[in-house]
Ligand binder design. Structure first.
Ligand SMILES: [Zn+2]
Length: 316
């Protein structure tokens, strides 16, 4: 949605609030006490009431705005900027745009939206031809590891490991120069504590359909895939061939790294997953165009965030 249209459709707090309520009504409000879908809106109280147990639910309760006192309009502006921009928006920039005094609530608002984006994508499993690999993202050294001697390479405290999975169908014809050898569907990027087979196996079986065909390198953490999936091609990959064998996981990793380097001054490892959620969410909906905003409002109205209030220390 263009800025002009956004301002036209959502000019004030009352409009944003009404639009949010319409989306909640459309998605269906569930009583948090008894689970009934039978609720009525009390206009004077501005709350839903369960017809069975009379439990009341506020408009924000059970949504991404659960517990937030920020204006609905802040959330709508943030959702607009997150979906209208190709890249993203930093908390500092959003704070400036809103003219809000404190940084922390705005920073939390963005992370809460990223968290529900992740919850939505968690609902989907990938299928068909699949690329899978582990990537390493530069992150700040966690507080508790600051005194340790720095390790080099993949085990470095400055790197966070990420499992990257992409639906990637080989082209039917031999690709011409400049064309990708495979076309991409949905992707997933999941921060992992280690690259042990047990860790990777659990995430692969949760996120990939059994009848899929996997392509990976010959890393020891992939040894069980041949029993878990219809097909597993494991091969030694010369670094110069990575773009042919696993093109999309590496394009995704490269694009995400470039974006994070442009947007944020150092990512803390504990928040990396939220940034990846946003990256994957937008990648997976790259053809949604104008619908992207409405979909995000729908998700904001349907999911409660997992992001917990944390005292903010330094920009992340
Ligand atoms: Zn109830």
């Amino acid at each position: 949605m263009k800025l002009f249209d956004f301002n036209k459709y959502f000019p004030d707090e009352a409009t944003c609030r009404r639009a949010f309520k319409e989306m909640r009504d459309k998605e269906g409000v569930v009583c948090q006490h008894c689970g009934s879908h039978d609720v009525v809106w009390l206009e004077r109280k501005q709350q839903y009431q369960c017809k069975h147990c009379r439990h009341r639910t506020t408009l924000r309760s059970g949504t991404v705005m659960h517990g937030s006192k920020l204006p609905f309009m802040y959330w709508f502006i943030a959702m607009h900027l997150l979906t209208a921009t190709k890249k993203s928006i930093s908390a500092a920039e959003l704070q400036r745009q809103l003219g809000h005094k404190r940084y922390q609530p705005i920073w939390e608002l963005l992370h809460k939206l990223r968290s529900v984006m992740g919850k939505r994508d968690d609902k989907y499993t990938l299928k068909g031809c699949i690329e899978l690999d582990e990537g390493f993202f530069s992150t700040e050294i966690p507080q508790e590891k600051k005194d340790e001697k720095l390790k080099a390479g993949a085990g470095s405290q400055r790197k966070s490991k990420v499992l990257v999975i992409a639906e990637s169908t080989p082209a039917e014809q031999v690709p011409k120069k400049g064309q990708k050898p495979k076309s991409v569907g949905h992707i997933k990027m999941i921060v992992i504590p280690n690259a042990k087979a047990a860790t990777i196996d659990a995430l692969a079986s949760k996120n990939i359909e059994k009848d899929s065909r996997l392509t990976t390198d010959d890393h020891a953490s992939h040894i069980h895939f041949k029993d878990m999936f219809t097909e597993h091609q494991s091969q030694v990959i010369d670094p110069k061939d990575i773009g042919k064998v696993l093109p999309w996981v590496h394009i995704a990793i490269g694009n995400a790294k470039t974006l994070f380097a442009d947007m944020y001054h150092g990512v803390k490892p504990e928040f990396l997953q939220e940034y990846l959620n946003e990256f994957c969410y937008k990648f997976n909906r790259r053809y949604f165009g104008e619908d992207l905003f409405d979909r995000l409002v729908m998700i904001a109205a349907s999911y409660r965030t997992n992001f917990e209030h944390r005292t903010y220390r330094k920009a992340a």
